[in-house]
Every structure is written in structure tokens, then in C-alpha cells.
Write a protein that binds this ligand. Structure first.
Ligand code: F0G
Length: 351
């Protein structure tokens, strides 16, 4: 039977005798060695952490299971979050699993269709906000100050605790920490969580070092890179379309303490990486996730990542979340044929 992250890493987590040990099978995701992209880039050790393999298709499940367990421990009956889509899908799933009422606030027009479908399927109460993620987050923070509703965004420290388990898994799989960890940055909870995880693993002598943290924002939504709040963030990578990250300060700490960088990648670079991953590696991630690979490629080109180092790119969510995008940018024609074997044969042989 699957253990889940609470059971597997309980000694590192804020678990008490009263914590319900819930799981939907989150964690224990694959760390896949790059095959063709590494060769193309001349890298000796490139790996992808496939967080799209979590139960709701993103890394959020690691943090959500901890935050929801804590909400139950605190006798909460309702959980709430603002979301660009994945947090809401995850909250809705764990809310359903634990018989909690789940409320999600999502920005109108900027959430991938698969993510909304998940929230609907899991039975969440969905509020579509005529505003962006940052405005929705401000509202849920205020609402949870006014009412006894559990906030399950990554401003909830239990989310960070759960999410740090991904760093443990990376180190466990490699036998030590990698040299570089490339990760997309939106609200900046995940880079904060990975850094916390790597630091704790080094402190407890599970690893000999911690990686340089390389975080990547989308060019039109890069407040940390620019050093100022972006009022109207834009990017094709809707998951990281965030102009005022809640964990800004701890993202800077992760960068500076690890000797890393936080840089921006353009939508074109994100889409190029998104296609390369699918075509060269057989890995279909969502565009926000491809920001880590776009950033890694940019950093290799700049000479910031030496080619003999161990590099892990975190692929935060599944490509199936955003089927519209894959179809929109498709450059492979679909050929329609009848049931004549000769026609089909001709088509097959002409490929
Ligand atoms: N990748 C994906 C697929 C995401 O959904 C997110 C964030 C990130 C990366 C960035 O992680 O915010 O911890 O820096 N999604 C949030 C949401 C904002 O609401 O689903 P972060």
C-alpha cells in the first residue's frame, strides 16, 4: 500500500499524535535521467523530477496533504485558497477525500481548462474572480483573518513543510544532493520549500552539500528578477502569472544562501523547452514547468552551469492540465482518411 509523504517523512514533518495520516498517494515521484536533451546540450548528469506524477498532476499535493491534515487537526471544516489552477485542484481533491468544504478563488480567463475541470470534478466551490492571482490571494488572506476557515495557500507554513519532501526524494534518489536545482518560480513557495528540505537534509547528514538554487520566472511576470511588484503580470505559463509573490523574501534567501540565481525566461524560451521535452524526452509537462528547463538551457549557454555537474530540473505539473495550449501550438497536421486500407497504407509509407 502506498505510504504518502506524511508517513514516509514523518520525522521531518510537524506531525503530532493527533495528525490524521491521510494520503492520496502523493510523493515518491520519478527522477528520470535525461536521454536526448542532455546529449544535445553536452551535459553529463541531467535529471527531471516528474511532479506531474502526483495524484492531481502537480507538486501541490505534497504540501496540500500536510496543510489539510493540519486543518483537520485544528477542527477546520472549510479550506480556502487562491490559485492559478493547480493549488485549487489539489485543495479540492484533499478536501473531498477528507469531507471538508473547499472554496477556491481563481482568476477569470487565466486558468488552464484541465485544472478547472479537476476542481469541478472534486466538487469544490469555485469563485471566478475578475482580477489576477495576487488580488485573489489578498482576498483569501483577509477572509481567513475574519473567519475560522483554513487557508491552504503556501503562505500556510504546513504547505512548505510538505513540499520540502521533494528535496528529500531528489537527494535519496541520487545518493546526495545535486549540484544545481532548476525550478520555476511563481508565488515562490516551492523554491522556499526545496531549499528548506535540502538544508535540513544536510544538517542531519543525509547529504554532504546543498545545490545552487536556480529559480526562473516568466519574463512578463518576473517581479523578483526586476525587484518590483508587477501590477499586470502576463505570460503564457498561466500557473506562474504572479506579480507579487508571497514568499518573495524566502526565495531571495534560497538564492543567496545557495549561491544561486533567480532569472527570467521569455514565453518563446518556455515554449521551446516545452516542445523539446515532449519531442526529445517523451515528457509532457505544463508550460510553467518548462520554465525550469528553459532557464537551465539559458544558464548552460551562459556558462553558469558546468557540463560535468549534476543538474535536476523540477517539472512541476503535467502537460495534460493544459490541452488547449498543446493543440494551439501544434505544428503536426492531423490527417483524416477513410477506411480504405490502400489509402492508409500510402499515408503510412509516405511518412
Ligand atoms: N509550476 C506550476 C505547475 C505551478 O502550478 C506553480 C504555482 C508553480 C510552478 C510555481 O510554484 O508558486 O510555489 O513558486 N502554482 C500556484 C497555484 C500559484 O495556484 O497553483 P510557486
Amino acid at each position: 500500500m502506498t505510504q504518502g509523504v506524511l508517513q514516509t517523512y514523518h520525522e521531518f514533518l510537524p506531525i503530532t499524535p493527533a495528525t490524521p495520516m491521510i494520503t492520496l498517494g502523493e510523493g515518491n515521484t520519478p527522477l528520470v535521467r535525461s536521454h536526448r536533451l542532455a546529449e544535445q546540450l553536452g551535459l553529463d548528469h541531467l535529471y527531471f523530477k516528474l511532479e506531474g506524477s502526483n495524484p492531481t498532476g502537480s507538486f501541490k499535493d505534497r504540501g496540500m496533504v500536510m496543510a489539510v491534515a493540519n486543518a483537520i487537526e485544528n477542527q477546520s471544516k472549510t479550506i480556502i485558497c487562491a490559485s492559478t489552477g493547480n493549488t485549487s485542484a489539489s485543495a479540492a481533491a484533499y478536501g473531498a477525500h477528507c469531507n471538508l468544504s473547499t472554496v477556491v478563488l481563481v482568476p477569470k480567463g487565466n486558468v488552464a481548462r484541465g485544472k478547472i475541470a479537476q476542481a469541478i470534478a472534486y466538487g469544490a466551490n469555485i469563485l471566478v474572480i475578475k482580477g489576477n492571482f495576487d488580488q485573489a490571494l489578498t482576498m483569501v488572506r483577509e477572509l481567513t483573518r475574519r473567519h475560522p476557515i483554513a487557508l491552504v495557500n503556501s503562505v500556510n507554513p504546513y504547505r512548505i513543510e510538505g513540499q520540502k519532501t521533494a528535496a528529500f526524494e531528489v537527494a535519496d534518489a541520487l545518493g546526495d544532493a545535486p549540484d544545481f536545482l532548476c525550478i520555476p518560480v511563481g508565488n515562490a513557495g516551492n523554491i522556499t520549500a526545496y531549499w528548506k528540505g535540502f538544508e535540513e537534509y544536510q544538517e542531519t547528514e543525509h547529504t554532504t552539500h546543498s545545490p545552487q538554487m536556480f529559480g526562473f520566472q516568466a519574463e512578463g511576470s518576473a517581479p523578483i528578477v526586476r525587484g518590483e511588484i508587477i501590477e499586470n503580470p502576463e505570460t503564457i505559463a498561466s500557473a506562474i502569472r504572479i506579480g507579487n509573490p508571497a514568499s518573495w523574501k524566502t526565495a531571495l534567501e534560497a538564492r543567496d544562501e545557495s549561491g544561486g540565481i533567480i532569472d527570467a525566461v521569455t514565453d518563446e524560451e518556455i515554449l521551446a523547452a516545452y516542445k523539446l521535452l515532449a519531442r526529445l524526452e517523451g515528457i509532457f509537462c505544463e508550460p510553467a514547468s518548462a520554465a525550469s528547463v528553459a532557464g537551465m538551457m539559458k544558464s548552460v549557454a551562459k556558462g553558469l552551469i558546468p557540463k560535468d555537474k549534476k543538474v535536476v530540473c523540477v517539472l512541476t505539473g503535467s502537460g495534460l492540465k493544459d490541452p488547449d495550449l498543446a493543440n494551439q501550438i501544434a505544428d503536426i497536421p492531423l490527417r483524416e482518411l477513410g477506411t480504405e486500407i490502400d489509402d492508409v497504407e500510402r499515408a503510412v509509407l509516405s511518412m
